[in-house]
Design a protein around this ligand. Structure first.
Ligand code: ATP
Ligand code: MG
Length: 330
């Protein structure tokens, strides 16, 4: 039997190359060997947002990018977290199986407290429990994670074990699928590419904007003059050439090292390959964008399929816990 993957992403709107190479590309690939469930975790987003006025648009924009990138609603369940409210109920149940001390020691919680001291809300601490509810509600056995997410998944597994020890083997204990995610750097070549740092290149940007952003990229800083030999292995432009101009990369590296290729020309070539690579993506995206009903229907259908897994499972969990199950539902 195929394993079942669950992954959630906060609705961050239009996706950038970092999101694509670090997450979306992998979502697409996993459709091959697994049953895949991909969720826009809008409830999680509420823990960090100051305003919610862009939540709907950001959900729509991210899903457009997902669909255009090849996440296929026929093969994957693609849905919005809050459309299947069972997750909130399971979150409450699991929250009572989770000792506070497990949550207060989570590194990302401590980081968030630093980042938003004016908004240290209740669910900021409970975040990993809501994540555990997401995973277990859909009986996912496999969760793709990067190294930094491992502690969260370990916590989820501990919660599951604790639950199952007490109430019987009801919850599926998820396994981490440790995936090597490249850390894509931003235009500055130093920090991680990120929307909030405005050092990103959007998948959906038009060719002119994309070229302009590429031309702003910082190259090998030790190469001062055009005649200086470059060091492609430390150059962020080259790292993108490897992704988006694979056939030319070897020649580009050699010419850069020999100072036969200058940084400006190197970036022009990256802009050209990136735009060529993005052209079919943009075409698909424009088609989905022109048909918002289709996109919301995909999400509605995803929620229906997700709910078909979630509700019977939630009933089983409630019985196992010993809650009096309603006669109306039984
Ligand atoms: P923010 O500005 O809030 O950080 P973001 O657009 O960078 O927004 P995240 O929520 O940080 O989005 O990340 C969404 C997904 O994309 C995660 O799986 C994350 O690992 C991946 N990702 C984001 N940025 C990068 C990057 N620079 N390199 C590799 N993967 C990335
Ligand atoms: Mg980020």
């Amino acid at each position: 039997m195929k394993g079942r993957v669950f992954s959630g992403a906060r609705p961050t709107g239009r996706q950038h190359l970092g999101n694509y190479l670090g997450a979306v590309q992998n979502y697409v690939a996993l459709q091959e060997g697994y049953e895949t469930i991909y969720c826009v975790v809008d409830l999680h987003a509420l823990t960090t947002l100051t305003g919610t006025e862009l939540l709907v648009q950001n959900t729509f924009d991210m899903v457009l990018d997902w669909l255009a990138a090849g996440m296929d609603p026929k093969r994957s369940i693609i849905f919005v977290q809050s459309h299947v409210p069972a997750v909130s109920e399971l979150h409450v149940i699991l929250s009572m199986m989770t000792p506070m001390s497990w949550l207060t020691r989570v590194t990302t919680f401590k980081e968030k407290v630093q980042q938003q001291p004016e908004n240290v809300n209740y669910l900021l601490l409970g975040y990993p429990v809501l994540m555990t509810a997401d995973i277990t509600l859909y009986k996912a056995d496999t969760v793709p994670v990067g190294e930094d997410q491992l502690p969260h998944l370990e916590l989820a597994r501990e919660v599951v074990r604790r639950f199952n020890n007490r109430f019987g083997p009801v919850l599926v204990e998820p396994q981490a699928k440790l995936t090597e995610f490249p850390r894509v750097l931003g235009l500055d070549g130093v920090q991680k590419m990120s929307k909030s740092l405005d050092n990103h290149i959007e998948l959906a940007a038009d060719p002119e904007t994309t070229s302009k952003r590429v031309m702003q990229m910082v190259t090998d800083v030790s190469r001062v003059y055009r005649r200086d030999p470059g060091h492609p292995e430390v150059c962020n432009v080259f790292s993108l050439h490897k992704q988006f101009s694979p056939d030319e990369a070897e020649a580009i590296a050699a010419d850069c090292r020999a100072a036969a290729l200058g940084c400006v020309e190197c970036k022009r070539r990256l802009a050209a390959s990136l735009n060529a690579w993005l052209a079919p993506f943009r075409e698909r995206r424009a088609r989905f964008e022109a048909d918002p009903d289709y996109v919301w229907d995909v999400l509605a259908d995803g929620a229906k399929r997700a709910a078909a897994i979630a509700y019977p499972n939630l009933e089983e969990i409630k019985r196992a816990v010993g809650l009096p199950v309603s006669r109306v539902l039984a």
